[in-house]
Design a protein around this ligand. Structure first.
Ligand code: DAH
Length: 340
């Protein structure tokens, strides 16, 4: 009988089943009423008491091992079929790619612009969006009756007409003159606000970058060379610039700069309205009044300034036809830009 027990012990180490039915068959074969183990117990009952003592422990151990083995087989099958129901993994499916967001075109243009001016010694200077009349208008030589001071063009705070949202980043020129030691060479990026009806060509919020350089002997030639460098870095080495006389209260003389159309190479197309030129920025020599208002001796120092709209530059660079796209956060538009 002992050798029978040993043989069955060996046999059960290699029991296999792949379905619940197969496990059930094994259970009946070994543990059923007429199964192998109950036959052994029948045999056991017939044994001499001495032998019973010797064989009993082995037989009980065998019964326990068979029960555990069959239970484990059943559990394993239940586990794997249960998992399949819950998760239902298709191993042939491709892993979905991880989508990074993209950078906003205004951020891309801003970064590129600041990098260009950093190369030629400009540092970044920022000022507040909520300003006062002095920094936005008076210190920049705006006459009392200038239309920009009108409620129609500027957002004022009702309770205090001296508080307003800046209409241009030229206000940061004034702050840098107040706070920085000469010479000053800064670029000032930021949001600006104007009381305009929203359309494809105008918005009540937009972005500008202001540039200011004040030192001894700064001339219009320095301004022109700086702007040419910027235009060729931004729009390509072939780019030409053109300066047209203009008027701003804070510069004298004042000019507007056009760049040769980078789409048609200056030949004329619908983007440049068949002129071959695209208007890009305003600039000029800082008006001596502005230097004096800010405590700078205009006999010793001179300077140039320029200011441009980032939306305008991004429109030219990426062929964007409607300003509103910049503010609507439509991912179909935003996804077209890079994420680095
Ligand atoms: N502040 C002007 C605007 O918002 C832009 C500008 C023109 C800035 C000429 C300047 C400048 O510094 O010299 O339209």
């Amino acid at each position: 009988m002992k050798s029978k027990i040993d043989q069955i012990s060996k046999e059960i180490t290699s029991l296999k089943a792949s379905t619940i039915d197969e496990v059930e068959k094994l259970r009946i074969k070994y543990l059923g009423k007429k199964g192998i183990i109950s036959d052994l117990f029948k045999e056991f009952r017939e044994l001499e008491p001495d032998l019973k003592r010797e064989v009993g422990a082995h037989l009980n151990l065998l019964k326990k091992t068979v029960t555990e083995t069959i239970d484990t087989l059943k559990e394993n099958i239940e586990k794997s079929s249960g998992n399949q129901k819950k998760v239902n993994i298709d191993l042939s499916l491709q892993e979905p790619s991880f989508n990074f967001g993209t950078r906003h075109p205004i951020s891309l243009v801003k970064r590129e612009l600041l990098e260009i001016f950093k190369k030629i010694g400009f540092s970044i200077y920022e000022g507040p969006e909520i300003e006062d009349d002095w920094h936005v208008f008076s210190a920049l030589n705006f006459p009392e009756e200038h239309p920009a001071r009108d409620m129609q063009d500027t957002f004022f705070i009702e309770k205090n007409p001296d508080v307003l949202l800046r209409t241009h980043t030229s206000s940061v020129q004034v702050r840098s003159m107040e706070n920085e030691k000469l010479p000053i060479r800064v670029v000032c990026p930021g949001r600006v606000f104007r009381n305009e009806a929203i359309s494809a060509r105008a918005h009540c919020i937009f972005h500008q970058i202001e540039g200011l350089y004040i030192d001894k002997n700064v001339s219009f030639a320095d301004l022109k060379q700086t702007l040419l460098f910027f235009a060729q870095e931004m729009f390509g080495k072939e780019t030409k610039i053109r300066l047209r006389p203009s008027y701003f209260p804070f510069t004298e003389p004042s000019a507007e700069m056009d760049v040769s159309c980078n789409l048609c190479g200056g030949k004329g197309c619908s983007v440049c309205k068949y002129t071959g030129w695209l208007e890009v920025l305003g600039c000029g020599m800082v008006d001596p009044n502005v230097l004096e208002f800010n405590g700078i001796d205009s006999k010793k120092y001179s300077g140039y300034a320029f200011g441009m709209g980032l939306e305008r530059i991004a429109m030219l660079k990426y062929q964007v036809k409607d300003l509103r796209l910049y503010f609507e956060n439509d991912t179909r538009f935003l996804e077209q830009f890079t994420n680095y």
